[in-house]
Design a protein. Structure first.
Length: 481
């Protein structure tokens, strides 16, 4: 914990968010790989606070379950949404009442807010010895926002004036209130006990704490966010899409500055949880999602969806979909392949055109080039699976496993009916249905004997186009003999 790390961060996430017009609570709507509140929690954790608590209310069980799906997050329950001041009071009560040190309060619907900006707020609060420090921003158009009014001599905040109450001179101010604050914890707890509810909404407003402390002679300051877009709150689907675009631009910029080539940022999506190494290349129309990692010199896209997938050094994924897969160094995927969960491609392996794999381990240098399904299987090293092969893993009740050894050459249009084991160095004939284990070094042929019935078309389909073609061919053959 650094010298400016806060004693606590309180995240306000109790509201319903009716303008989202959704059965999903507003703070659980997702952009760039995290929920709205998930982005806020991640930013708060960058400050390394002693305590972190999220105040929940509407759909509290759903929100709490979401927060505890990963690293558990402490929550406080606001049974009735009686205002922001009341919500903060619930958060502090969860932490035992008075909190010694800095308490940062942030809204749970501000996914663009960065840990860097929150850190600057905490640093300003400590350096200026403020009782309260407001996170403010200078915006191009301040219409509708509360204006920050400062003392011209000291720079201290003298008041926050709502747009409807502002004078013409105050409306010209471009510095606005974000709704994010840093407080002296002890003073905050005392002031919250003095907040009144004699307002039009009958609620406890957190902003009343500022005037209470200022009237008591304490200093109120402000820390200006470097980018005013960070403070944007999300209230509807339009704002959700706008925030997604802004966050995606930020994440792609970070990747490019780290050495990733993004050929067309306008058509590329990336989640906040994606990691990468230098000299990775991302082609247009590609989505990088979840815990995906791009290793050095890997190349993905165009038109690919890569989710929770490790793409190894120098590997290539072309026009394909991968989900919860591992792609080894130098491996090739696609075009038009689908790697489902549990797929592991070894180094220099290949899952080619129109190949689908699921729960399959494919060894080094092994190729499945065309039109095949490989499910619940283990394939050794340097094996070639013929085109149009199917690993028949499901008997209608349970899934079964197929094992194929190393240095095998399986024919086209093979069916491997699991459970079955094919040993090392085996060849299988095209069109075979393999239902029994094949010993190492064998040739397996499992197909019916071909039988040609001459004259069948003329007898069974007389006068048809096929019969006429056959008759003409016979005459031509007779003429040549």
């Amino acid at each position: 914990m650094s010298a400016t790390s806060p004693a606590a961060v309180v995240v306000l996430a109790a509201g319903e968010g009716t303008r989202m017009k959704s059965k999903t609570p507003k703070v659980l709507h997702e952009i760039s790989g995290r929920s709205l509140v998930g982005h806020v929690v991640a930013a708060a954790r960058e400050l390394d606070p002693q305590h972190l608590v999220v105040v929940v209310g509407h759909a509290s069980e759903q929100v709490t379950a979401h927060l505890n799906a990963g690293d558990a997050v402490r929550t406080a329950f606001q049974a009735e949404q009686n205002g922001t001041g009341h919500a903060v009071r619930m958060g502090l009560e969860e932490l035992g009442g008075n909190v010694e040190g800095t308490v940062i309060v942030v809204c749970g619907d501000t996914p663009l807010l960065s840990g860097e900006t929150l850190g600057a707020l905490a640093a300003t609060h400590a350096a200026d010895a403020n009782a309260v420090t407001v996170l403010s921003a200078e915006v191009p158009d301040s219409t509708g926002y509360g204006r920050i009014v400062r003392d011209s001599a000291t720079g201290a905040v003298t008041e926050i004036v709502e747009h409807k109450d502002a004078t013409d001179e105050q409306r010209a101010i471009r510095e606005i209130n974000s709704g994010v604050f840093a407080f002296d914890g002890r003073l905050l707890a005392d002031a919250l006990g003095k907040v009144r509810t004699d307002n039009s909404q009958g609620e406890e407003y957190l902003t009343d704490v500022l005037s209470i402390l200022r009237e008591a002679g304490h200093r109120v300051g402000a820390s200006v966010a470097g980018d005013h877009r960070e403070i944007l709150g999300i209230n509807n689907r339009l704002q959700l899409a706008q925030a997604r675009r802004l966050l995606n631009e930020r994440l792609l910029e970070r990747a490019m500055l780290a050495g990733v080539t993004v050929v067309d940022p306008a058509s590329t999506l990336i989640d906040a949880t994606v990691t990468y190494e230098r000299d990775a290349v991302v082609h247009p129309g590609t989505q990088l999602l979840g815990t995906t990692h791009l290793a050095e010199d890997s190349e993905v896209g165009p038109n690919s969806r890569i989710e929770d997938t490790v793409v190894g050094t120098g590997a290539r994924v072309d026009n394909s979909v991968t989900h919860s897969a591992e792609i080894g160094a130098g491996a090739l995927v696609g075009p038009y392949a689908y790697l489902r969960p549990g797929t592991r491609l070894g180094a220099k392996a290949k899952a080619g055109t129109y190949v689908e794999m699921k729960n399959a381990t494919v060894g080094e240098g092994t190729k499945v080039p065309h039109l095949s399904y490989v499910g619940d299987a283990t394939i050794g090293d340097h094996t070639n699976i013929g085109a149009a092969s199917v690993f028949v893993n499901y008997d209608g009740v349970a899934k079964h496993h197929t094992t194929i050894g190393s240095h095998c050459r399986t024919g086209s249009d093979n069916m491997f009916v699991a459970p079955v084991t094919v040993g090392d160095g085996v060849y299988t004939a095209a069109g075979s249905v393999i239902t029994k284990d094949v010993p190492a070094g064998s040739l397996a042929v499992a197909r019916g004997q071909q039988r040609n019935i001459e004259g069948w078309v003329a007898r069974k389909r007389p006068g048809s186009a096929a019969a006429q073609a056959a008759q003409a061919s016979s005459r031509e053959t007779d003429g040549q003999s």
